[in-house]
Design a binder for this molecule. Structure first.
Ligand code: BES
Ligand code: MN
Ligand code: ZN
Length: 507
């Protein structure tokens, strides 16, 4: 997608569609919408007066200027109530409007920066949200089909952000550029999650990460099984031992010259390419979604891409342990005992609690990097989904500074997080009689005992664990908050939160 900025009045822009907006409750449009209304002889005011346009969030109407202005179509999108207006409302409006533009076959689309004028938002952030909402709404997974869906659709191929005020152009440009980098990174993450696990194997995922690193100038190292053995990653190796697909461990590093001596922020993503549950096998329906059990890894790979392209003046290291959890004659079994990288021994209470095993070794590896902070993201427990559903993700973090920064980042990006307890009192549930720990604490407080398990592999540095089970994929069902910029399939959550967090650390 070609994203450009243009200065001037949007009513003068020649495009297949121009997008303006309306707050709910406004009867006499002002600003860009007012200018277009005037040029159209009051056509928008008439729609409002007739009750056909109310400015409700996500509402769209299409008008045909019939030569009154150069544009072929005008799309008015509702912004909702002014007191509920925020960056998420901008993404929502931008996504709804661009989908409407796509539907009517507009290739070149111009839009105002929603919220830049009367909305009172920071202009660069609003421009970023417009680009994010637009590009994310148009994301499609290119499925391997002979009979292509939507192949009669004209894709939107250019998006022009129009700003009237010349002094604001710089801010719009900066925001739009960041928005495009972030949205394209989310698209990469979504595609990795959408690919079936026979394609997106640990090896293929490592190759994708490596290719991305090559493109954007990140240092990348892929550890293979002999190296993982040398690292002492007995917990990770236990999970992979039933699979014919070799495990991989990707280390991606963003290290600007000015940051060589900085302690890094380390991002860790659970990368289970497919989770059958192992001998503690999952029922068929639960297994079906488990190609998305590497969504944490995908988010970390995408976040590293964004960190590089945004040229963040910050040292960031991304780690993705990549395995498949399978059943075979060589697979690990319930009651087996393994030794993790830090020497702790683990009794396998349940082979389906595999995510915490690969994360345990990855967290130990992170600790050896002398980190400023470690954040892991994982589709870790069904219990998280039971507790919080798909809309909100669970944040486990007892470091006040890191936690507040992550909560703020999640709020800003529309990927909400909710604090959960990390009380060591829960450790009683994961005590083992034959090892230091066991990998399942049972059903009660399942997301918390999983987080407590991870805590045993973290040293004395700020650490946050995000359990994102249930929000890797969007189904559009009643449990999913409808969002114009999510399409069925992978969401890319919580990539934008990670990037927003990194940007907030820089500031
Ligand atoms: N990948 C699953 C968690 C999951 C469940 C993610 C549903 C997305 C949707 C994880 O590996 C798992 O199986 N966890 C078990 C842990 C239990 C055995 C202690 C679970 O939640 O049932
Ligand atoms: Mn599992
Ligand atoms: Zn899993």
């Amino acid at each position: 997608m070609n994203v450009t900025i243009q200065q001037g009045g949007i009513q003068t822009v020649a495009a297949d569609a121009i997008i303006v907006n309306l707050f709910q409750g406004v009867t006499a449009p002002t600003g860009a919408t007012g200018a277009v209304d005037q040029a159209l002889g009051g056509a928008i005011s008439e729609l409002i007066a007739a009750g056909d346009l109310r400015g409700k969030a996500g509402e769209t109407v299409v008008l045909y200027p019939r030569g009154a202005i150069p544009a072929r179509r005008v799309i008015v999108v509702g912004l909702g109530k002014p007191d509920k207006f925020d960056l998420e409302a901008v993404r929502e409006a931008a996504g709804a409007a661009i989908k409407q533009a796509q539907k009517v076959g507009a290739a070149a689309v111009a839009t105002v920066v929603h919220g830049g004028g009367a909305g009172g938002l920071d202009l660069a952030e609003a421009a970023q949200a417009v680009v994010e909402g637009s590009l994310l709404a148009l994301y499609r997974y290119d499925a391997p089909r002979v009979q292509k869906e939507n192949d009669d659709e004209t894709p939107v191929d250019s998006l022009i952000l129009v700003e009237f005020d010349a002094v604001k152009i710089g801010a719009v440009e900066a925001g739009a550029r960041a928005g495009q980098i972030i949205a394209e990174s989310v698209a990469l993450a979504r595609t990795l999650v959408n690919q079936p696990s026979n394609i997106a194997t640990p090896t293929a995922l490592a190759q994708a990460a490596q290719a991305m690193c090559g493109e954007v100038g990140l240092i990348c190292r892929v550890l293979d099984e002999p190296e993982l053995r040398a690292e002492g990653m007995g917990a990770l190796l236990a999970v992979t031992q039933g699979s014919d697909q070799p495990a991989k461990f990707v280390v991606m590093e963003h290290c600007p010259e000015s940051c060589l001596t900085q302690p890094p922020v380390v991002l860790v993503g659970k990368g289970v390419a497919f989770d059958t549950g192992g001998y503690s096998i999952k029922p068929a329906e639960s297994m079906l979604g488990m190609k998305a059990d590497m969504a944490g890894a995908a988010a970390v790979i995408g976040a590293m891409r964004a960190a590089a392209l945004l040229q963040l003046p910050l040292r960031v290291i991304g780690l993705t342990p990549l395995v498949e959890n399978m059943i075979s004659a060589t697979a690990y079994k319930p009651a087996d005992v393994f030794t993790a990288k830090n020497g702790l021994t683990i009794e396998i209470a349940n082979t389906d609690a595999e995510g915490r095993l690969i994360l345990a070794d990855a967290l130990c590896y992170a600790g050896e990097l002398k980190p400023a902070a470690v954040i892991d993201v994982a589709t870790l427990t069904g219990a998280k989904g039971v507790a919080l559903g798909s809309r909100t993700n669970a944040l486990f973090c007892d470091d006040d500074v890191l936690r507040e920064a992550l909560l703020a980042a999640g709020q800003k990006t529309g990927e909400p997080l909710w604090r959960m307890p990390l009380d060591p009192a829960y450790d009683r549930q994961i005590k083992s009689t034959v090892a230091d720990l066991k990998n399942s604490g049972g059903r009660s407080g399942g997301a918390i005992t999983a987080a407590r398990f991870l805590a045993h592999f973290v040293g004395d540095w700020p650490w946050a664990h995000i359990d994102m089970a249930g929000s890797a994929e969007y189904s559009g069902g009643p449990e999913d908050t409808p969002r114009s910029y999510l399409v069925k399939g992978a969401t890319g959550i919580p990539l934008r939160t990670l990037v927003e967090y990194l940007r907030s650390v820089v500031e």
